[in-house]
Design a protein around this ligand. Structure first.
Ligand code: GLV
Ligand code: MN
Ligand code: MN
Ligand code: MN
Length: 409
């Protein structure tokens, strides 16, 4: 299906070469030894390397590099202040122990698709932008899609500056250490106005495309999802001298909490996860004084998320981030499907329980579409996340066909 006449081989070869080069550039960045996955967190050294890489890719192509007030990076072909552009991209950060694809596949494919359009001699009637959103996973400071939320105003900059990582470093201090001015953090309506439409290509986080037998699919909706923080307090004391009856041990409360979370999720028909905890003082021979647990809840239906939270109300969960159900733009999805058709590809529609900057932009009124690339393992947020190179290159084709359609009319 990649051999039809709609694809001059020369342009395909250009896209493949860009893809392979970029993929090997990024492969070592933030990779833990022994197959322990990627650790690419906002405003760290690896993040800096990734930001420099993005800037270098923009410069090598003569694109205009813009960093918005939230720290998101944009590379523009054409002037988006003259007319809002078509933007594609994703994020370069990862969860702790993440896979190679969640995020980078969309950014690398964006540059590869751009090179395909140039090789085909496409003359866009609208500006084309490539975006890399900062801190999508929220792995360091707890708030998912922090960069796009700051951009749209969905995250208050004062709150963002005060968010702390596991070492107690605030986002403001992390920005300073990275050479950025934290006082510039804030909504950026001007940067947002330049985005006439957004298309995010992403590895599928599931096996829908494996089952349908398609290399790529089109996003239909993003499930509502949120993150909450629960504080469980106790009294620290000696592990060897404190009788069990005299303890106030918050680790026991954590065990009960995790069981309650699962029961509530089963009752509600939702997905709920406790994947991160902080134990203080975190000593092997001390009863903890405090355990902080982070709760992630999602469901296709937002009321099921509400049911889980209601069942856990006694724990007084504090909301860290929330995204309502996002129905992606139906007209844009039809455009994407039509473009895929011209490239000889099917276009199955997929919903996703994973969060994306696309959802934040859609909530801010930007017509948004997503393209998914088949993931044989179905695994994501873990090192087993995968995609075959042939499917990635089909994704580049699909993205190029989509962008060509959108920028030339
Ligand atoms: C981010 O990818 C999320 O879905 O948590
Ligand atoms: Mn992710
Ligand atoms: Mn992602
Ligand atoms: Mn995500």
């Amino acid at each position: 299906d990649r051999t039809d006449d709609a694809h001059p081989p020369a342009a395909d070869a250009v896209g493949a070469a860009t893809f392979r080069r970029a993929w090997s550039d990024l492969a070592p960045v933030g990779r833990a030894p022994d197959g322990a996955g990627y650790h690419r967190f906002a405003w760290t050294r690896s993040d800096h390397t990734l930001r420099e890489w993005f800037a270098g890719q923009a410069a090598a192509r003569g694109l205009d590099l813009v960093t918005d007030r939230a720290g998101n990076q944009w590379a523009w072909w054409g002037d988006p202040d003259a007319r809002p552009g078509v933007v594609t991209g994703s994020h370069l950060d990862s969860v702790p122990g993440g896979g190679a694809f969640d995020g980078p596949l969309g950014v690398v494919s964006a540059f590869a698709a751009y090179d395909v359009l140039r090789a085909r001699g496409v003359r866009p009637g609208r500006p084309l932008g490539i975006a890399s959103f900062v801190d999508e996973e929220g792995a360091r400071f707890g708030v998912a899609c922090a960069g796009s939320r700051l951009l749209t105003g969905a995250l208050d900059p004062d709150r963002a500056r005060g968010l702390r990582d596991a070492d107690g470093t605030t986002m403001a201090d992390a920005l300073r250490a990275a050479g950025q001015d934290p006082s510039s953090l804030g909504p950026d309506p001007e940067a947002l106005r330049r985005v006439g439409a957004f298309v995010e290509l992403h590895v599928e986080q599931g096996r829908g495309l494996v089952h349908s037998g398609d290399p790529v699919g089109v996003g239909r909706m993003i499930w509502p999802h949120g993150r909450w923080r629960v504080e469980l307090r106790g009294v620290a004391n000696h592990a060897g001298t404190t009788p069990l009856a005299d303890r106030r041990d918050p680790m026991l409360d954590l065990a009960a909490f995790v069981q309650h979370v699962r029961a509530a999720a089963l009752d509600a028909g939702a997905l709920a996860t406790v994947g991160k905890v902080r134990v203080e003082p975190n000593g092997v021979n001390a009863i903890p004084s405090q355990v902080t647990a982070w709760l992630d809840v999602r469901a296709e239906d937002g009321s099921a998320v509400g049911d889980v939270l209601a069942a856990l109300a006694a724990y007084a969960p504090a909301q860290e981030s929330w995204t309502s159900a996002t129905v992606l733009d139906a007209d844009l999805a039809d455009d994407v499907a039509a473009a895929l058709g011209t490239a000889g590809l099917g276009s199955p529609r997929l919903g996703t329980g994973a969060g994306h900057d696309a959802g934040i932009l859609a909530a801010a009124g930007v017509p948004t579409a997503m393209l998914f690339v088949r993931n044989p393992s179905g695994v994501s947020h873990a090192p087993a996340e995968s995609a075959d190179e042939a499917d990635c290159l089909t994704g580049v084709d699909a993205l190029a066909a989509t962008l060509e359609r959108l920028v030339t009319r």
